[in-house]
Design a protein around this ligand. Sequence first.
Ligand code: HEM
Length: 507
Amino acid sequence: MECLMNILHFSIFEDLMTCTKIFLWKYPRAIALITIIASIGVLLKTRSRKQPPGPWGWPFIGHLKYFKDKYYIGLFRLKDRYGDVYKLRLGSQEFIVVCSLESILEALVGSGKAYCGRPDILSYNILYKGGRQRGVDTADFHEMLKIKRSFIDASFDAYCSNIETIEDKITIEVLEVMDCFLEKSEPIDPFFMLEASCLNITMMLVFGERLDPRKKITSDLLTIFHERSLLKAFTPDDYIPLLKAFKTDDHVDYIKAITSRQIENQSKLINLHKDTYDPSKLRDMVDHLLLFIECGQDLSLLNKDDMDYLLLDLVNYGYEAISVLVTWLIGYMAANPNIQVKVQEEIDSVVERDRPPSLRDHPFLPYTTAVILETQRMASVFPFLIPHVVTENRILQGYSIKTGTTVLFHIWSLHHDTRYWKNPMKFNPNRFLNEDKDLEIPDYYMPYGAGLRQCAGESLAEIELFLFFTTIMQQLTFTAEQSPLILEPEFDFLIRPKPFRVSVTER
Ligand code: HEM
């Protein structure tokens, strides 16, 4: 039987082979055509299966039309059509936009270093003499950046664990800014006073120096940092050669000139530190840095330019988002008087009126903390993480992502997604409290990012926001100049509230 089957099989197989040979010999062109069509079909099928979806883009400019004004909203809406991971293009640069918790965690936490690069763009490179690798947020995740980040972590840990020192430095500034608020008899726009005050906190932490907020030196410094941040903001100009041509050399020269002026000023402060430095009494981050270099094996890696830019970046990062967030907090309190009263009542029940709030009060102020968290969620001052670049081919949520792709992690989308939040556009601090009125912070709350490039100043930021908000709320009440106060966002490199005015009264 088996033998018969073999014979049958063999003869069928032989017939088939003969037919194929005749066909191939008689119709070579038809065969070539069928092969090409089949290959294209297979190729298209694999591509469409593996590539993230996305809208059709124009040649040369790609999806430029989606990057206008508050483009985080437009990109948020595209998610409904194309899903949580979708593809866009600017010039020849491919981007993916990543929106859901699962996809963000898969990339940032599950894939180690693969998503940790930064774009190699002109704007980043002109900010640092010697190129973008000299910066912190603009550098790839190489040895040098790891050293810088471990310095920042060690030094912030030392600072933040010494509660009295950090509280003193922050509270002095908050009391001063409250005096400035009260000096005015008319309604105020709080932002500029807060900006100068937050700059002073960071200057104190980094250099041990505070500036007079009323003097020109403060406004000059704020201009330098603001201009540098604007250049770091994501802009299509960096990716489309046609638009790059419009970038004037004058502006580049201006940025370089103001940066080197600040580096010169910093150098004077660093030299003063070197003369008076005592490793047993560390006064600020410059002292920490001198000790770090003295103790470590990494002396040859950190040269003078790296130190200069590290300190410059730290001051720059340290004040901007905080001052914008405290402005949002004041705005939300003036817009929601009932919530303001609840915060004040909670603070009064925990903190005696003759002392300012302390970090030790934090566990007993869950509602007040929930207000800070809700403000960070609603405002999402960083609507996207700083653009990441993929450094190894990867699969993300089943899509293949090529090395060199730029990734926009859409934090605003995560914070306003109805899958995670009920009525996401409503200001409701209770969403961070459980039935027992204890704080509960879900995984899909991520204002500082996640993984290896997560914000280096998160612990400091939390401390500053808490002390600023509780001290102000203990002493002052904010009332909207016009009721109801509608807070409108505007977006440059951060989402900030459009200027608004509030009356300030002492409690
Ligand atoms: C509430 C205030 C703050 C918020 C919401 C915030 C948020 C962020 C976010 C979203 C990133 C990008 C993370 C990524 O690309 O994956 C970042 C990066 C960074 N932040 Fe913050 N930040 C705040 C305050 C601070 C402070 C006070 C400092 C330090 C003085 C700081 C230092 C940094 C640095 C150095 C980076 C770059 C990290 C890197 O590229 O490796 N931030 N921050």
